[in-house]
Design a protein around this ligand. Sequence first.
Ligand SMILES: [Zn+2]
Ligand SMILES: [Zn+2]
Length: 310
Amino acid sequence: MKCSKCEKKAVYYRKFEGQWLCKNHFSKIVEQRARKTIRTNSLIEHNDRIAVGISGGKDSLTMLYFLNKITKRRKDISLFAILIDEGIDGYREHGRKTAIDYCEKLGVTLAIASFEQEYGLPLDKIIKIGKKTDKAVKACTYCGVFRRKLLNDTARELGATKLAIGHNLDDEAQAIMANNIRGDLMRSARLGAKALVIEDERLIPRIKPLRDIPEKEVALFTMINSIPADFAECPYAEESFRWSVRDMINTMEEKYPGTKYSIVRTFDNLLPTIKEKYTGGKIGACKRCKEPTSNDLCKSCILREKLGIL
Ligand SMILES: [Zn+2]
Ligand SMILES: [Zn+2]
């Protein structure tokens, strides 16, 4: 098949638009879409100092490539990367090395923060203790809460004004649908291209430049542009509620191309209303660590107390 825009051989079929694309046009269109996400949501502003959260996986390194490309000529904007070492034996070791080398190649400063340093234990040990203390808490909960906090803390310490997260269209559509099914609109209020529940100088606004790019397209973009990335699956990933949601959305997308975009666009239209209803309450400080929270203790401190690693 030929590219719908030129004479070259097509490498990709954009089903929901009925478009065949060659390598060049595919890359161009993906970049254009990410630029549009940035522009329409004002993800990057004058004098921003952007922290890019990277793992070594395809989404985060592609985001780094892209953000570096569009900001490197901007004198008022600076960029650096943060790598979180969760401490999962045998996982992401290759990815970490890839991430370190890639930052060096791009000339992007990299800060590394580890669970072990911050919390005293690597994730492997945290999960082991967690299994004994509370079986109901999943590995992803510990990882998610601790990683989110460590990313925010590190970004803030290094003077970031924005924290870029490599969530793609699939991630966002899954999060939206999962919250809808659970009836958790409070959590949905924290989604969006620029995610910030409440203006608070302790919380760095999270931006998602790849939020309108389907996961499949991110993966192809990574390969076409020779971005080194680790494609390993987390050993703790298990059949979960989130996976059922993912399968459901993928089945719908297959039958009705455009489903993922439609889920996210509809949500974006509702987001101002959701935010109005579910945010705005007073945000205080955690009694123990002084981090912002609307409860007595923040999530991280609640988990640490349960684990006995305070
Ligand atoms: Zn073409
Ligand atoms: Zn706390």
